[in-house]
Design a protein around this ligand. Structure first.
Ligand code: DX5
Ligand code: ZN
Length: 242
């Protein structure tokens, strides 16, 4: 639910993917990573059908909601599930702020996006590495965020697929044209293989929202210490130089 929440308040947003966190200490991990300077909590939902992995659902979202509220953070739900409509309702009820879906997972994309908006959540549309951008032709008015996958969805810790840089540039052009016509800013989020090393290069291409899982939680200086300050500060510094 979004009571007057503004997802465009910050130029750059870092959204740590809790898929790479230590689930035995999830609340503490979220606390640590947001206190280190991250912004949104990226929440990966996988159903073992659309992607070959099984993760977490609305109950976990509901459990972390008080922590997210206390930290003034946003829950950014990424649904990698077939037929997402029922889960959209469940995640909205569980406190999700942003719900993103893959266009090929629903028979009726317009209906699913409307469902997200009618549930008072922000709507995101996610493109796999080879999914064509023409899904955007008739739905931008209902979308608040575009997410480009720079890995094949299903797992953390994969390598950034280089050709996605071209796709970023094309998407940014579409979003800039749309903003000129409509005055509405649609965020451009990247998901997969983002690290302190490549974040600035990707920002220069037009991305403003960065999911990072293993790049933060499994970073060699943070993995055992539960202290993400250094790695997150490095990311912020690199973004500030763009
Ligand atoms: C992949 C997920 C990503 C993943 C990112 O299907 O959507 O959010 O956790 O992990 P890293 O940053 O390790 O590539
Ligand atoms: Zn994700």
């Amino acid at each position: 639910m979004n009571n007057n929440l503004n997802i465009n308040a910050k130029k750059y947003v870092i959204a740590p993917s809790i898929l790479s966190a230590n689930f035995a200490y999830l609340g503490q991990e979220i606390n640590d990573v947001i206190n280190s300077g991250c912004d949104w909590i990226h929440f990966d939902v996988m159903d073992y059908h659309y992607v070959p992995n099984l993760t977490i659902g609305p109950l976990v979202c509901q459990s972390i909601l008080p922590i997210a509220k206390q930290l003034n953070s946003i829950i950014d739900v990424h649904l990698m599930v077939e037929n997402p409509d029922n889960l959209i309702k469940d995640f909205a009820a569980a406190g999700a702020n942003i719900i993103s879906i893959h266009p090929e997972t629903t028979y009726h994309l317009d209906r699913s996006l409307s469902l997200i908006k009618d549930s008072a959540c922000f709507a995101g549309l996610v493109f796999n590495p080879t999914t064509p951008l023409n899904y955007l032709d008739f739905c931008l008015d209902k979308v608040d965020l575009i997410m480009l996958m720079s890995v094949n969805p299903g797992f953390g810790g994969q390598k950034f697929i280089d050709i996605i840089k071209q796709k970023i540039v094309q998407t940014k052009q579409i979003l800039d044209n749309y903003e000129q016509q409509s005055g509405r800013h649609i965020r451009l989020e990247i998901d997969g293989g983002i690290t302190a090393e490549n974040i600035a290069e990707i920002a220069k291409l037009g991305v403003d929202t960065f999911v990072s899982g293993s790049g933060i939680f499994k970073h060699k200086n943070s993995a055992n210490k539960n202290n993400y300050d250094d790695i997150v500060q490095q990311m912020i510094n690199n973004l500030n130089k763009v």
